[in-house]
Design a protein around this ligand. Sequence first.
Ligand SMILES: C[S@@+](CC[C@H](N)C(=O)[O-])C[C@H]1O[C@@H](n2cnc3c(N)ncnc32)[C@H](O)[C@@H]1O
Length: 204
Amino acid sequence: MTERPSHRLFAAVYDTATRPLERRLDRHRAYLARGLEGDVLELGAGTGAMLPYLAETDATVHAVEPDPHMRKRARSRAERLGVALELRSDLAESLSYDEDSFAAVISSLVFCTVDDPADALDEVARVLRSGGELRFLEHIGDDGVTRRVQEVATPVWRHCAGGCNLDRDTVERFDNHPSFETVETERVERLPLTPFVRGRLERV
Ligand SMILES: C[S@@+](CC[C@H](N)C(=O)[O-])C[C@H]1O[C@@H](n2cnc3c(N)ncnc32)[C@H](O)[C@@H]1O
């Protein structure tokens, strides 16, 4: 069953804990936002790390964030930036938007955490217009020894990191979904236990 996340402490330390990583993710977040216009949905907006980038676009920004502690921070950041954020508490697995609602969907570090990534991707396909893009920045499962370490570490890591899984085969899931064509996928960063990928999928 899909549970609604609520991680007060994780939300409180998130921005401080991720600051060193954010320096490396800056250009990838810019990639996600590049040239966006029209109605754009961000999945799992967290504390609003994408908002400074989305604020520079012509997009009308919608976001879902089911964790109330994260949502509060995202709302404050949107106010500080002057972004008219339309923020809902939906889970990515059950979006409350009509089909064909969005020109693009953004996901950064979310498919590692959603309870049911298959349902979440189906929902993205449903709300995206034909020709629209899912743009993603995600960390993924590796292979070889690192994969085995990821599998062993994930149960503990999930507790410390708001439900995050280290060992998800997210790129394979994206590549194999019948409603999407992969435009590009690139490995862009690496932390000791996890590679990062960014890319774009087009809704066919
Ligand atoms: C690692 S954080 C990433 C936050 C933000 N996207 C970023 O780039 O900093 C993962 C986020 O996904 C949210 N989340 C967890 N389960 C979710 C779900 N089923 N649907 C949508 N968001 C979810 C969490 O509450 C959290 O804010």
